[in-house]
Design a protein around this ligand. Structure first.
Ligand code: NDP
Ligand code: PYC
Length: 337
């Protein structure tokens, strides 16, 4: 496949141009371009510049508010809410996470509820940002109902990612971030774009039969990871980042979409934990035990989650990124003059 090499500055500038020329307000575009550039930099291909295609479709379909003003309010000493006003989630997160971090520093545990947001991004940029403040973090969000529960064949759940970060000395925290489906839907879409089959176990077709055809998978139902365990975790994400926050489940988000194929619109829950308060004077010991556990994992040749991403980050910061020439052309074609 033909490739194009771009610097991170070029990825960011391309993202800004695509978004603003399609009517996105500057501050939203900046926040979105940052996470798209980070996704491409970390070789998280399902959430890099490919996402601009869906962002622009969502803007052009008119449900998304490209210049929404997120409203921050305090629900309790430990809970901050941001009403994203039917804009994208990134600016709401940037505003709300500042308050979340302050609350967690003082109260020990705090929650950020983002409501009424269109949400397409990977969650690791968010939990990493909170870990960089010395806090542990968890984030989760529903999406559209694309995923069948274990034992069923009809979509109920979203791809429902859960992300976790633990602060560590040095440049990178411990982070995992995964969909509770066998794979993110973005990856199935990338297989479809490049004419590749998907592995068995990712999805069933409309008749409920296992399939390796990405188009049939997208028409049928994706499967959860880990059978009934992923299925239960996915239900938890629906409940904690949906009804708990007074917001939509993936089934309701899909109805709200009315067949347009826009980015899912719903809520997001982000939690922050302050180890200085929880550990009650034993933070240094806790850090030591945590590091011993990471060493015990890596010391036997097993890899820590996000290690691949962090290695890609170092590479991309030095050399820029490679993007498929077709994807680059499709993204550039979105620019309106
Ligand atoms: P992957 O299955 O690719 O990776 C999941 C996690 O597992 C990553 O932290 C990854 O680290 C780690 N990992 C992978 N292989 C190994 C291994 N062999 N040993 C140890 N750790 C490993 O991710 P998904 O397809 O499930 O999700 C991709 C992204 O999509 C996520 O960032 C998620 O937030 C996003 N997403 C967003 C949605 C939304 O609604 N906003 C919906 C669904 C997904 P590494 O990255 O280093 O490989
Ligand atoms: O890749 O599953 C996905 C996804 C859904 C919403 C944003 N990303």
């Amino acid at each position: 496949m033909e490739k194009v090499r771009l610097s991170l500055e070029e990825v960011n500038a391309l993202s800004m141009r695509v978004l603003t020329s399609n009517g996105m307000a500057e501050d939203h575009a900046r926040a979105i371009a940052r996470v798209i550039t980070a996704g491409q930099r970390d070789e998280c291909h399902s959430h890099g510049i490919y996402r601009l295609l869906v962002c622009v479709r969502s803007l052009r379909e008119g449900k998304l508010v490209g210049d929404a003003r997120p409203q921050v309010s305090e629900l309790s000493p430990a809970i901050v809410r941001v009403d994203a006003g039917f804009g994208y989630s990134q600016l709401a997160f940037e505003l709300g996470s500042k308050v979340l971090v302050e609350k967690a520093r003082h109260v020990g545990i705090a929650a950020l509820s983002i409501n009424n947001c269109f949400h397409f991004s990977a969650l690791w940029p968010e939990v990493e940002a909170i870990a960089s403040e010395g806090l542990a973090a968890v984030a989760m969000t529903p999406s559209h109902s694309w995923v069948a529960p274990a034992g069923g064949t009809k979509p109920v759940f979203g791809t429902n990612p859960i992300a976790f970060a633990w602060p560590r000395p040095g440049r990178f925290p411990f982070v995992f971030d995964f969909a509770t489906s066998a794979i993110a839907r973005g990856d199935i879409e990338l297989h479809r774009r490049t004419g590749k089959e998907i592995p068995l176990g990712w999805a069933v077709d409309e008749a409920g039969q296992p399939t390796t055809d990405p188009t049939a998978a997208m028409r049928g139902a994706m499967l959860t990871f880990g059978g009934h365990k992923g299925s239960a975790l996915s239900a938890m994400v629906e409940l904690l980042a949906g009804p708990l926050l007074g917001d939509l489940t993936s089934l309701e988000s899909q109805k709200f979409d009315e067949g347009v194929g826009a980015t899912p619109c719903h809520g997001e829950l982000v939690l922050a934990f302050n180890p200085d308060i929880f550990a009650a004077g034993k933070r240094a010991q806790g850090d030591q035990y945590a590091e011993a556990m990471f060493d015990a994992i890596a010391g036997q040749g097993a890899r820590l989650p996000s290690q691949r991403r962090f290695e890609a980050r170092v590479r991309s910061e030095a050399n820029g990124v490679e993007v498929s020439a077709q994807l680059y052309a499709d993204v550039k074609a979105l620019i309106r003059n």
